[in-house]
Design a protein around this ligand. Structure first.
Ligand code: ADP
Length: 263
């Protein structure tokens, strides 16, 4: 999937020093790896920084079929002709965009090989199908995201690749910040936002349930949106927070009982 950021700055609440770190990395052409569980604001942060730095943003959601060809480009047959179509990485290199490789560890190994010369002083992209080497434009930057949940079956990133990136860790925000995110994102009352944040905190502490992922800020935002649009609170919490976390009836019932007491 390729998206281009809106010119307007999206809503983003800083949870640490990430804006300063990213800005300095950009100025010094240091690639950045955003680490953290899903739904902690990594993508939103990149969209925000692209707007702050006034760079176009090209996002690639990597999956196990994502290959270097998908990123660099390919020849396609058009009528009687064969024409070359730039892939998202080539476009980003040519236009000096921020290239965001979301979930980079999921991509095929040849993607990692292709980005290596772009992540060091060379800032070059070799397109083997054209036999061409491109130099990255002025504002070009590689940003990648990675979910370090390897014990739960996520893919790992090789140390030799990780060392090509500076890192920023994303965690669930503190309660006051998370409440403000819910309010800023959905317009919900502070009282309900506080309750949703408490439910999120409670579920995050329930390690014994063995959930593969826990209640992220994204899920709390979704619940807040449903409540704000008029769906009853408990049904909103069940639909947006609990259903996405489990398919097990007992766990679902336990989580619903717990949440019902809190909202
Ligand atoms: P990730 O890329 O880490 O999976 P996202 O960036 O898609 O997560 O975040 C999911 C949602 O959570 C966003 O759409 C936004 O509503 C909300 N969110 C999370 N963190 C923040 C934040 N710091 N500021 C504003 N919104 C946030």
């Amino acid at each position: 999937m390729i998206t281009t950021a809106d010119i307007a700055r999206p809503f983003y609440l800083e949870t640490g020093k990430e804006e300063a770190v990213f800005t300095h990395a950009f100025r010094n052409r240091v690639p950045v790896l955003l680490k953290g569980p899903t739904g902690t604001g990594k993508s939103r942060f990149v969209e925000y920084m692209a707007a702050v730095l006034e760079r176009p943003l090209i996002t690639v959601s990597c999956h196990e079929e994502t290959s270097a060809t998908d990123l660099t480009g390919r020849f396609i047959v058009k009528g009687a002709e064969t024409v070359w179509i730039d892939g998202p990485m080539t476009t980003a290199v040519k236009t000096g965009a921020i290239l965001y490789l979301d979930e980079i560890a999921e991509a095929r190994p040849d993607v990692i090989v292709a980005i290596h010369p772009l992540t060091d002083h060379r800032r070059e992209l070799y397109i083997d199908k054209l036999g061409e080497t491109l130099r990255a434009g002025e504002g070009f930057m590689i940003v990648a995201s990675f979910n370090p949940g390897y014990q739960r079956g996520y893919k790992e990133l090789k140390p030799s690749t990780r060392q090509r990136f500076a890192g920023i860790s994303f965690r669930y925000p503190d309660a006051a910040t998370e409440r403000d995110i819910l309010i800023g994102e959905t317009g919900i009352d502070a009282d309900i936002a506080t309750k949703l944040v408490k439910i999120g905190g409670k579920i995050r502490n329930l390690r014994e349930l063995g959930l593969a992922e826990t209640a992220s800020t994204r899920l709390l935002v979704d619940a807040a949106k449903l409540i704000h649009s008029g769906l009853p609170r408990r049904l909103s919490v069940r639909t947006a927070i609990i259903e996405p976390l489990t398919d097990d009836d007992e766990t679902m019932a336990a989580l619903c009982d717990l949440a019902d007491l809190m909202i």
